[in-house]
Design a protein around this ligand. Structure first.
Ligand code: HEM
Length: 401
């Protein structure tokens, strides 16, 4: 019998999730447990995770307890986000936005994403020591998503606090306090975006909000536009910051792979895919069964909670050979880091390009990067894989200091 205390789960999910995943998978890839507040099925097998994500009988839902006056704004805005919508509403909302995030559209943004990365790095590379997360990844991801949505550059810093607050209120470890904070953040964001939408409806610019406001037909309502803007800020921020920092961490921790990439920069695409698989920024996606479903000899009942551990599926040895080995030449690499099915990450093309550019910028400069400590601390989250900070020392390659 496995020790299923919530404390053990949240502790191990922070410290060493992969050994915990292995232990759960060895009992059953679809394991009934009660680690979290709501007992449910913990899915660690790749095929099972894929099946669930593609099957609309497993529905998404707002990750909030029953409503109280204390977090009504948060609940209302979440209920209008595509992430928490099921068919048919989901498809309509997603269709109105999805053409802005296709790989071809994102390729057009490449020059300014590169410029943002280079400008930031030029200001940092002569320093002796930096925190990759707060000094580079955050301002980078903020500037990129702000530029795409249409938020003026000078306002981007306030987004860091907002994004941090909201991600905490979404995670399974959240406290009532963080939900209330999330509610206050939502109110601030709503007032910010209402103002911005007003400005853009009067004088449109070359940005997403203006485009969505002036779409010919099947427009989003103002409420939906507000919810979509807030969703894009949260989704486009935290996970991308974590993708960049986790990727650099994987490479610095695996010097052979790091040197392979330096010697052969064309490996950047497969390298980022491997970082996505190996240290997936999103570790868990929750669903609820809308009817009884049998899966791999277990009977999931209508109303049961299902926790798809994509970080575990991405290390399933039945799908990936040498699953615990970080190999930047791994092809094919059908990881589930961006989910699957109708909610497959809308921002995946953008996140990929951002991570490729960020890592290329850091690695192709005349600076050597060394982790300050191997004992990095991970944030106390179970749905996301995120370091608290990531200090590195920078050395000039020519003088080595
Ligand atoms: C610029 C960056 C990003 C943007 C704008 C973005 C946006 C979105 C949006 C709008 C959705 C909801 C799609 C829907 O419900 O149909 C979504 C889903 C998702 N995103 Fe992203 N995302 C970004 C980066 C990332 C990154 C870096 C990761 C992690 C590797 C990630 C992982 C996911 C996952 C796993 C889902 C599916 C959630 C579910 O099925 O419940 N996203 N993303």
């Amino acid at each position: 019998m496995m020790n299923q205390s919530k404390h053990r789960f949240t502790f191990e999910m922070t410290e060493s999730p992969y050994s915990l995943y292995k232990e759960i998978r060895s009992i059953h890839p679809v394991y009934k447990g009660s680690f979290l507040k709501y007992p449910g099925w913990y899915v660690t097998g790749y095929q099972e995770a894929l099946t669930i994500l593609k099957d609309n009988r497993f529905q998404t839902r707002i990750p909030l307890p029953e409503t109280t006056k204390k977090y009504e704004a948060l609940k209302k805005i979440q209920s209008r986000m595509m992430l928490f919508k099921n068919p048919p509403d989901h498809g309509r909302l997603r269709m109105l936005v999805s053409h802005k995030f296709t790989p071809a559209r994102i390729e057009k943004c490449r020059p300014y994403i590169e410029k943002i990365a280079i400008d930031l790095w030029n200001d940092l590379k002569n320093k002796k020591k930096i925190d990759v997360i707060s000094d580079f990844a955050y301002p980078f991801a903020s500037l990129v998503i702000a530029r795409i949505i249409g938020i003026p550059d000078e306002d981007k810093d306030i987004f860091r606090g907002w994004a941090l607050n909201l991600i905490q209120s979404l995670d399974f470890t959240r406290s009532r306090r963080s939900i209330v904070d999330g509610n206050n953040t939502t109110l601030e964001m709503l007032s910010f975006f209402k103002d911005l939408i007003n400005k853009r409806s009067q004088s449109p610019q070359d940005d997403l909000i203006s485009e969505l406001l002036h779409q010919e037909d099947k427009k989003l309502t103002e409420e939906e536009l507000l919810a979509t803007s807030v969703l894009l800020v949260i989704a486009g921020h935290e996970t991308t910051v974590n993708l960049i920092s986790n990727s650099l961490y994987c490479l610095l921790e695996n010097p052979k792979e790091y040197h392979k990439l330096i010697e052969n920069p064309s490996l950047i695409e497969s390298a980022i895919e491997e970082c996505l698989r190996y240290e997936s920024p999103t570790q868990m996606i929750a669903r609820i069964a809308s009817e009884d479903v049998e899966l791999n000899n277990v009977q999931i009942r209508k109303g049961d909670h299902v926790y798809v551990l994509i970080g575990a599926a991405n290390r399933d040895p039945n799908q990936f050979s040498n699953a615990d080995t970080f190999d930047i030449t791994r092809i094919p690499n059908p990881h589930l880091a961006f989910g699957s099915g109708i909610h497959f990450c809308l921002g995946s093309a953008l996140a990929r390009v951002e991570a490729q550019i960020a890592i290329q910028t850091l690695l192709q400069s005349e600076v050597n990067i060394h982790l300050e400590t191997k004992e990095v601390e991970w944030r106390n989250l179970v749905g996301f894989r995120a370091m608290k900070e990531m200090y590195v020392h920078l050395y000039d390659q020519s003088t080595n200091h």
